[in-house]
Structure formats: C-alpha cells, structure tokens
Write a protein that binds this ligand. Structure first.
Ligand SMILES: [Zn+2]
Length: 293
C-alpha cells in the first residue's frame, strides 16, 4: 500500500505572540505543491527558509530555523501539528521572528489546519523504514530507534521534581492519537528558571495563559493540568515536530529518554549519516501506518 502526499485545501491564518521574543506575528498557512515539504517565508524579510535539519540554527529552549541573519523561532509546535495530521506540503508565511505560542499546545494550529481542510495530492509520500537499531547518547539524553512495522514512539522523562518525577508515554503515531493524546499538551517550565530565561532574553511572552508553570508547591496555573502526565505528552509533541525535520515519516519504534530539541536533532543527523540503518520506501504493508489517512 502507498500513502499519497497531502497539503491543505485553503489558506488559513492565525496570530499571537512568541513565547520567547514576546513579538506578535501573523501566520498564513497556504497549500503547497507535492514534494515542497514545509517551507517558511519571512514576509517582512523576503526570505524563504525550508524546514529541514540543515536549517536548524539553535536548539536551546525551542527549535529555531534560519538562513544567514534571518531566523524563525519556536517552529516545533507548528511542525508537530502538520506532521501529526499528515500534512506533508505547506507554505508558512510569517511576518515576525517567532511562531505564536497560542495556548502553549498545538491545538490551535491543529484546528487551523483542519479548518483549512486536508487535500490529497497526486504523488506518493516516501517513508524512512528503519532496518537496523541506532542509538544516540549524550550526557543528558538518549534517543534510539529499532525496526518496527509501524510508527511507534515512546518517551520517558525523569525529573527530580516530585510533581513530574518519572512519566512514560508510548503511542502508535497517527492522526487520531496525535490529536487526542499529544496536541493538547502545553509547554511547561519551572518558576525558578523563569528569571534566568528572562535574563537571557527568553520567555518574554511567557505567561500562565501559554505555559504550565511549576513552583515549589506545584502547578501555578489556576486551571491545573489537562492530563496528569501532560509534561511527557508535551515532550512527545516537541519530538513529533523536531522529527519531521528529517522530511519523511519514520517507520520504526523511536524511544526518547530525557531528550530535548538538541538531542532530537543530533539523533536525526546521525540517522541521516548512517544510510545502512534505513531504506526509503514508498510502499509498505503495515495497515496501522496508513490507518488514519
Ligand atoms: Zn514545546
């Protein structure tokens, strides 16, 4: 079986402020031809930036892509929404330096994409099928992938904080699981880190309206959590976005332990540099891989 490439049917826009820069931006999502991938266009700088691993310029606290002096911060939730819904080709016009954080989750972008409608295109979407295990490890994180006839992701976090502690989530990635289990999970941060972030010019747009903030006594947000394990779900959201930078869905079982944007992108670079560990396929036989499409 094969799976056709997809884009959106109509233009759709959303606006808001960036969580790190505090700067407002309007994003216009537009249909893109087959084989375009996800391409950002900074309308205020007249600069096209394709969302791929080579374009990643910064991975501290968010994923930033850029070329020359022009950058776009916090692309991961938009990339996750597109990947989660199987939108392969998309033009993203943006008039500022950072994708709006909205409520800190991917729900707003998911609903924009669904409002725009999903359109199948006349070309098959290639996938990366893992044929040999691959492990990336650094002093903090571990990311691995093993062959698996489906799209499975396992995420483990282990914080010393009592509220977060150990959380683990394992999902078969598809449109339904992404929309219901991952997309609503919000960005989170620790109150003790907020001052440090602000001193470094980050989190300027951050507030309880767009992030879960964890203090000594627990979650500061008056509305509490959307899931008991919202933290690991958001980490998976970030990973779905980061992993889409490789340009093709991965057929395999990816396991991430205490990972973040840096380890995610380093793992993907290692994978691309190890062609013996995968094959690019356009035809696959696992029904779950295409069940939601
Ligand atoms: Zn995030």
């Amino acid at each position: 079986m094969t799976r056709l490439q997809r884009t959106i049917r109509h233009e759709v826009t959303f606006s808001g402020v960036g969580v790190h820069t505090g700067r407002p931006a309007t994003v216009r999502l537009r249909p893109a031809p087959a084989d375009s991938g996800i391409a950002f266009y900074r309308t205020d700088k007249d600069m096209l930036i394709r969302a791929n691993l080579h374009a990643v310029t910064e991975t501290s606290f968010c994923t930033t892509i850029g070329t020359g002096q022009v950058h776009i911060r916090t692309v991961e939730h938009l990339l996750a929404a597109a990947a989660g819904l199987g939108v392969d080709n998309l033009f993203v016009d943006i008039d500022g330096p950072e994708v709006p954080i909205l409520d800190g989750s991917a729900l707003g972008i998911v609903s924009s994409l669904l409002d725009a409608g999903i359109a199948r295109q006349g070309r098959v979407m290639p996938h990366i099928r893992i044929t040999q295990p691959l492990i990336y490890e650094d002093s903090h994180a571990r990311v691995s992938v093993v062959p698996y006839e489906g799209r499975r992701m396992t995420y483990r976090i282990d914080f010393s904080n009592g509220l977060l502690g150990h959380q683990e989530l394992r999902l078969e990635l598809n449109e339904r699981s992404f929309t219901e289990e991952v997309a609503p999970a919000r960005t989170f941060g620790f109150l003790k880190d907020v001052e440090m972030l602000k001193a470094n010019g980050l989190a300027r747009g951050g507030s309880l309206a767009n992030a879960i903030v964890i203090g000594d006594e627990g979650v500061l947000n008056p509305t509490g959590l959307r899931y008991r394990d919202e933290f690991v779900r958001h980490k998976m959201l970030d990973a779905v976005g980061d992993f889409s930078l490789i340009g093709m869905p991965i057929i395999g079982h990816i396991t991430l332990e205490k990972s973040g944007h840096k380890a995610n992108t380093n793992f993907l670079k290692r994978l691309l540099a190890a062609p013996e560990t995968y094959t690019v396929v356009t035809d696959f036989n696992h029904a779950a891989t295409i069940a939601a499409i």
